[in-house]
Design a protein around this ligand. Sequence first.
Ligand code: CTP
Ligand code: CA
Length: 240
Amino acid sequence: ADHPVHDEPLRGRRVVVTAGGTREALDPVRFLGNRSSGRQGIALARAARQAGADVHLILGTLETEPPASDEGISLEHIESAQQLGAAVAEASAECDMLIMAAAVADFRPLTVGESKIKKTDDGQDPTITLTRNPDILAETVAARSRTGKGPTVIVGFAAETGDAEHDPVDLAGQKLQRKGCDLLVLNQVGTDLVFGREDTEVHILASQQSQQVLGAEPLTVAGSKTRAAQAVVAQASRLL
Ligand code: CTP
Ligand code: CA
């Protein structure tokens, strides 16, 4: 109560954060997954809470501890990309800011075995057919344009390595345009950079419209995931 207002730019605001990976079922006992630790998303949820927001954190698979119950962050657990999509659709209807830090599987097995898949002795190696998952970020942006409702600020993430011809920041700029979100946070990934580590370097890119408030130059933040998260929340808050 004694804090000056500028310490809590998100007071009275509702922020939804997604974190961790998704699991795409093959059968009742097996899944396809990814190595997202969930640390960046959890750091973002904490940064938003610290900024005074009412925070709802939607968690997939983690390789770290979720926030404790006394941190004042409401938690929801999901498993698949489709479940995450439904949870985001519901939560983002009534929020000011959506931060999509989750590592969403691009594909899922087309069919899910009702019982455990058994090996056969016919000499045939099994083939798993995959199908595309919905793009939750792009769909949330599209729903907002269609209805005029939804999060005022939508933040996407990208992990890019780049290659001989493509600079990761350029790739992220293209992804930002494709997705239509307001901010895109680029994690530059390479061998054993970022994944599961505490330290990180991020570039925060603004859409054309956001650039009117934030300027055209991407903001680069090096240091802990906590610091990166605070910078992302600060930039996003300026767009509200
Ligand atoms: N994302 C999403 N739904 C998906 C895939 C990704 O909402 N089915 C979100 C992620 O949470 C992230 C952003 O989109 O905020 C970018 O994810 P990324 O995997 O980098 O983008 P893709 O469009 O899937 O491109 P790529 O082919 O490079 O994986
Ligand atoms: Ca992807």
